[in-house]
Design a binder for this molecule. Structure first.
Ligand code: MIG
Length: 823
């Protein structure tokens, strides 16, 4: 219990001091400490340490914290001021201020000043407990809600993000746990899952701010469920490390979060191509047959994933000689067909005398221990198995060194699984929360309860370090199942073991969108569903929905029905081929979005909430998504449906279904009905947008597009488009092109502005422009023609400017607008 001294202020002293991360304001009383700093513009950090006197040494100074989330090169924070105002302490940082009531300990964070001042966060209570002295080793001695913070949840505020979660985009009304869990199968109500990111973007009246609680400890957050107007955080650790991030737009919050925790590195182009996987492909011959299956049917394919059967007796960093007699030769063979291999790596190390990985780990003291101090032994695929302690830097370095094995074989991508960590059972049985290690297992001086959620970050950091060391000229592609905040610096996430059901197809969109809003821009779900038998219709619709997933992997569990694209007859194969070709046509745009993600943290697959937070219909819509601000995807997510309702946000939207037809144009701010027979993916292009696309290909080669078409939906004042190009891999620079159309009266000037270089290659560019009306004259194009309202321009090499003279009086942009097609 917290002790409050009658009549005495909870906070009686404060000072401005110099902390490990820069200037900080320390406020303390008899027991509690609050330390405020300004790590970045528009970001305020408040370390809340109730009962600090009983919990720490050096009171009121708090010891430095090692964060798994923050980027390692975070600059020193900015200066702050602290003044006394009546019963409050006012702390002013870089863009945000904090007011603490010295009597009650309540505090709030404000943005702006004077008239425009707004309260972002109101914390009305926070409390904690001293450590208990009970010596027992059982899980009960852990107080899972040791430190608590209650924040105001104003009516109407939406809470987005929180990492990997089921349910709708807005988590208001849910109780969420941060404890990475291998749960199989998960359902539409299951919580927690594999990834813990204690970060939310709060949207209220169209304005956004963020709250990030940087604690890898087991935590819970009750998002206005137990109390309709409170968000209640509870940690099993002794403090809460809270970052408040200013908006005003959701995109600003996301950028500030990435400034703090890091940006995802640029993926190689091939990782954006089609991928085939299955738990059950055992041998090189199995994979040969898969690749052949794709090539025989003219289905694009860029990678195959190689599941646990590649190992010798599930020993990590080995390959079964029987299944893969010559791994490097097979990597080359697949490479010659444009296909990369992505092997799985599990953290569990088999206990076996003479097995070098085990021997090294044991000798180097790299393993997780029990509370008693012995090496902890459990069972995973290898049995018995021990667990490298990836929370310690020296273990990360050791594991990174192990990647030489795959790097030398020419492997460029890796799939880190089971890193919650998953553990099926323990040699010395103990109660655990989910199939993992016990709370009191030891990671150096820390307990598992404290670092469980961060386990996967170290494992994937090692992968990135390993490939950087052994294959410095490529961009490694690292996939992880588990993760904590900051995981995006090392790996991207797939959503784990979903099922081959329509509800999981639908669920994939809010899950991926939620991960995107949690700083992980390249997340995706297994296409077709992992568990259970898929059907042709479900698989076809899933491929359509996945046209805009950041990566596109068909994966299935052992023992389920085959689900390669050709397993359901030719009609379904044709639909899937068309979806894959659409994907490959979109690659210039998707690759540009990927590049943008590495700089802005905006995800590839975006919720409408990101760009239209003030429009409630848009903000709550999670059956559709955006690829950039101008392309809206509305896949059919239900069995038997051949039409769907689509919400179009503000603007004018041209139907560009399958990217093969142009029109009609709808006014936004309304629902429209899309006709979508099985072979149709409803897509809409917003007026003002130029979308770069290319031609379909059997596999990717370079992201310098030899054939480029800009699909343009001209707004009355013009349009703009972006294109990022480079060689598709490696670290050489790229070229960013802006295509700008500016209309003044009857004249439309189209300019191409390029920045950077992408080497010399021949590019054949065409523009397809909708929304112009009749054209009288064209200057600067090689040729042009108008066909059913779309102007097609072919451009000469290295063109800079094209000028169009339009027929006067025609407002082409309004032609064919369907103001309310549902009426
Ligand atoms: O206990 O490696 O989520 O994608 O196929 C199951 C076998 C282990 C779980 C992964 C799944 C993978 C499977 N793995």
């Amino acid at each position: 219990m917290r002790v409050t001294l009658g009549g005495i202020m909870r906070f009686s002293s404060f000072e401005v001091a110099s902390g490990d991360q820069g200037p900080e304001v320390r406020v303390w009383g008899d027991a509690d400490v609050l330390v405020v700093s300004a790590p970045l513009p528009g970001v305020l950090r408040a370390r809340l340490f109730p009962e600090a006197r009983a919990n720490t040494l050096g009171f009121p100074r708090l010891s430095a914290k090692r964060s798994f989330a923050l980027r390692p090169d975070l600059p020193m924070g900015a200066p702050l001021t602290a003044t006394e105002e009546g019963s409050e302490v006012l702390i002013v940082g870089d863009g945000l201020s904090l007011r603490l009531d010295r009597v009650t300990g309540a505090w709030r964070v404000l943005t702006g000043s004077g008239e425009s001042q707004r309260v972002l966060i109101q914390a009305h209570s926070w409390s904690g407990e001293a450590p208990t002295q009970r010596p027992a080793l059982d899980a009960e001695r852990f107080n899972l809600r040791r430190t608590r913070l209650n924040l105001d949840a104003p009516d109407g505020a939406m809470y987005l993000g929180f990492g990997e979660r089921v349910g709708p985009l807005d988590k208001r009304g849910m109780h969420l746990t941060f404890w990475n869990t291998d749960c199989f199968p998960h359902h539409t109500e299951t919580d927690p899952l594999y990834v813990s990111v204690p970060f939310t973007t709060v949207v209220q009246s169209g304005q956004a701010h963020g709250v990030f609680v940087d604690e890898p400890w087991r935590m819970e957050v009750d998002v206005a469920r137990a109390h309709p107007n409170e968000v209640r955080w509870a940690s099993s650790g002794p403090e809460l490390d809270v970052y408040v991030l200013a908006g005003p737009r959701p995109a600003d919050v996301l950028r500030r979060y990435a400034d703090l925790t890091g940006y995802a590195p640029m993926p190689p182009l091939w990782a954006l191509g089609a991928a085939q996987s299955r738990w059950g492909y055992r041998t090189a011959d199995d994979l040969r047959a898969v690749i052949q299956g794709y090539r025989d049917r003219n289905l694009p394919l860029d990678s195959v994933y190689v599941d646990i059967d590649h190992m010798d007796a599930y020993k990590v960093w080995t390959v079964s000689c029987a299944n893969f007699p010559d791994l490097s030769a097979f990597v080359k063979e697949a490479g010659a067909q444009g296909v990369k291999l992505v092997p799985i790596v599990d953290p569990g190390v088999k206990v076996e005398a003479g097995y070098d990985v085990y021997e090294e780990a044991a000798r180097g003291d790299h393993l997780v221990r029990t509370a008693r101090g012995d090496v902890l032994v459990g069972e995973v695929w290898p049995d018995p198995a021990v667990f490298p302690d990836f929370t310690r830097p020296e273990v990360v370095t050791w594991w990174a060194g192990r990647h030489k094995f795959f790097a030398d074989a020419g492997i460029q991508g890796q799939w880190n699984d089971m890193n919650e960590p998953a553990c099926f059972s323990l040699r010395q049985p103990r109660e655990t929360e989910g199939k993992t290690l016990p709370y009191d297992a030891r990671h150096g001086t820390r307990t598992h309860l404290e670092v469980h959620n961060a386990y996967a970050n170290g494992m994937s950091e090692a992968s990135r370090l390993g490939y950087a060391k052994f294959s410095p000229n490529i961009r490694p592609w690292v996939l992880t199942r588990a993760g904590y905040a900051g995981i995006q610096r090392h790996a991207t996430v797939w959503t784990g073991d979903n099922t081959a059901t329509w509800s999981h197809l639908a669920l994939s969109l809010p899950m991926i969108q939620g991960l995107g809003l949690s700083g992980i821009p390249f997340a995706a779900a297994d296409v077709g569903g992992f568990a259970g038998d898929t059907t042709g219709e479900l698989l076809a619709r899933w491929y359509q929905a996945a046209v805009g997933y950041a990566f596109l992997r068909n994966h299935a569990a052992l023992g389920t029905a085959d689900q390669e694209p050709w397993r359901f007859g030719e009609a379904v194969t044709d639909v899937i081929r068309a979806a894959l070709e659409l994907r490959y046509r979109l690659l210039p745009h998707l690759y540009t979005l990927a590049h943008a993600a590495t700089r802005t943290a905006l995800p590839v697959l975006r919720p409408l909430a990101l760009h239209w937070p003030a429009d409630e219909d848009a903000a709550r819509e999670d059956t559709q998504y955006l690829l950039g601000e101008g392309l809206l995807v509305a896949p059919v997510l239900r069995a038997g449906h051949r039409r769907r309702l689509v919400y179009l946000p503000a603007g004018r939207w041209a139907a560009v279904f399958n990217l093969s037809q142009f029109g009609p144009v709808h006014a936004g701010g309304q629902h429209v009905v899309a006709d979508a027979p099985l072979d149709t993916l409803p897509l809409y292009l917003r007026a003002g947008t130029a979308l770069p696309v290319t031609e379909a290909a059997p596999h990717t080669t370079s992201a310098c597009w030899a054939r480029l078409t800009w699909l343009i939906h001209a707004a009355p004042d013009g349009f703009v488009g972006q294109l990022y190009e480079d060689t598709g891999d490696g670290h050489a620079g790229g070229r960013l092109t802006r295509l700008v159309g500016e209309r003044q009266g009857e004249r439309l000037t189209i300019r191409r502005e390029a920045d950077g270089s992408a080497g010399t290659f021949e590019q054949r560019e065409t523009l397809h422009v909708l929304g112009l009306g009749p054209v009288r004259e064209v200057q600067g194009a090689a040729s042009f023609a108008t066909e059913s309202g779309v102007l097609r321009l072919t451009l000469p090499a290295h063109w800079q400017t094209v000028t169009l003279t339009l027929e006067p009086g025609e407002d082409g942009a309004d032609a064919g607008v369907d103001a309310n097609p549902t009426a």
